[in-house]
Design a protein around this ligand. Structure first.
Ligand SMILES: Cc1cc2nc3c(=O)[nH]c(=O)nc-3n(C[C@H](O)[C@H](O)[C@H](O)COP(=O)(O)O)c2cc1C
Length: 433
């Protein structure tokens, strides 16, 4: 067995319904709001000893995009994880909550409640959010600097609230009539630039310890924030070099904050279009690509490169000299910078550019092939210290999802890179392996 083991999350963002895939006759797309559908996936993932299930989130939907794709038509992620918890026993439950549109007390309480409901398996993916301002009385998305300043204050307040009611304070002495030892409960009284919260929290900390924190967002501010607080990072890394330099960078920053770099797992999203042969996998990939997404892709290219592509033909070559300054209003600098990096490195036609993961797959790593090919590539990235694991985003069909759980993970286990059984019952335990 290899010394280091892969850490593997499975996304419940129903990526296997993306593009045209939801339209397949064998898709269970009608079940996307049915908790039993996710409970069955959770059981499949738990059988494969996956570290955690993960649900990203958005507090905004675009009806035009929904007219032809599933997008973010979804159950609220923390409630979904709470529905899954009683039907599982080992798998971690990573939910997403934005620090831009919430209050620390509410999130601290929800997360700590999920921690109890799941017996210590909850985790929080901290996002500063891509959009949604219109649903919270704001004229536009706050500037990224402000979003991260808020995120830092928010996360610190949540941690203080969790610690305000330690598990040991729960005394429950019937004879003495003493429910808690109130001297052990503290009042954090946080007064920051963005949040004021007195505490204590109404839910005691679960006896398994603190809820692990994950982060997504790779700008300077995002990396620095992750280096200070994250146990895990959901990353967008379309190639091995970007993954390696990102992981090296975050690990170096952690040392600056006196944190052990081995305490963070850098986990790129990994789109997996799997089939019995490479040809079948390629066909699955092509079949799932929806031509209706073209306007969204064009908009992303225009915004990220700071150029107008509306007059260009499919064959126009997009090269570094065409790139304009990065506009202030981009949704995510992480994704825009990854596209700019690609264009600076390679000259591609507009048609080719649209097919690259930087445009077509939220800049996630993509493998289109057989289970064996996927295992080889994952092991290569892992051996070259580019990743600590990955968050699986199965694509094309539900069969890809099944292949990830029933074939790919067992193969990685057989090769000594992934656990053959759970040795812990909490996510913090899995992350410590
Ligand atoms: C890989 C990745 C996943 C993300 N997932 C979410 C998400 O689920 N929900 C959300 O509102 N924002 C999400 N974001 C947005 C980030 O939280 C952040 O607001 C955005 O990327 C801007 O920060 P940045 O400049 O550091 O990238 C994600 C970003 C990245 C890079």
């Amino acid at each position: 067995m290899n010394d280091r083991q892969l850490c593997v999350g499975l996304s419940l963002a129903v990526t296997w319904f993306s593009g045209n895939a939801w339209r397949r006759n064998d898709s269970h797309v009608e079940d996307i709001l049915n908790p039993t559908y996710y409970i069955n996936i959770a059981k499949l993932a738990e059988k494969a000893h996956v570290d955690f299930l993960f649900r990203p989130d958005s507090l905004f939907v675009d009806p035009k995009a929904l007219s032809h794709s599933v997008g973010f038509c979804a159950l609220e992620p923390t409630l979904l994880m709470a529905a899954i918890a009683p039907h599982t026993s080992h798998i971690g439950l990573l939910t997403t909550a934005s620090t831009t549109f919430n209050e620390p007390y509410i999130i601290a309480r929800q997360l700590q409640s999920l921690h109890h409901i799941s017996h210590g398996r909850a985790a929080w993916n901290i996002v500063t959010a891509l959009d949604g301002h219109q649903n919270f009385g704001l004229p536009h998305m706050p500037d990224v600097g402000i979003r991260y300043a808020k995120a830092k204050e928010f996360a610190m307040a949540v941690k203080k609230l969790w610690r305000s009611f330690p598990h040991e304070a729960l005394t429950i002495d019937r004879n003495e009539g003493k429910f808690v030892t109130s001297e052990l409960i503290t009042t954090p009284d946080v007064r920051g630039d963005y949040f004021s919260v007195k505490g204590p929290l109404s839910v005691p900390m679960h006896d398994s310890g603190e809820v692990p924190l994950f982060q997504a967002g790779a700008s300077e501010e995002g990396r620095d924030f992750a280096a200070q607080i994250a146990d895990g990072i959901f990353a967008a890394c379309p190639d091995i070099d970007s993954a390696k330099s990102y992981r090296d960078d975050v690990r170096a920053r952690m040392q600056k904050y006196q944190r052990n770099p081995n305490k963070v797992k850098v986990l790129p999203g990994l789109s997996l279009y799997l089939a019995a042969s490479e040809e079948q996998a390629k066909a699955l990939y092509l079949e799932s690509q929806s031509s209706l997404d073209i306007n969204r892709k064009n908009q992303f290219i225009c915004d990220s490169l700071g150029i107008d592509i509306t007059q260009l033909t499919e064959e126009t070559e997009i090269c570094a000299s065409l790139i304009g300054p990065l506009p202030d209003h981009v949704r995510s600098r992480t994704h825009s910078e990854l596209l700019r990096r690609l264009v600076k490195r390679e000259t591609l036609t507009l048609a080719e550019l649209r097919k690259r993961p930087e445009v077509s797959a939220s800049a996630h790593w993509q493998i289109v092939g057989t289970v064996e090919q996927a295992a080889d590539e994952i092991i290569e990235w892992f051996e070259k210290d580019a990743i600590d694991g990955f968050i699986a985003l199965p694509g094309g069909s539900e069969e890809s999802l099944k292949l990830v759980c029933e074939k790919l993970l067992p193969l990685l286990a057989e090769r000594g890179y992934f656990r053959r059984q759970y040795t812990h019952t909490t996510l913090r335990g899995h992350l410590s392996e």
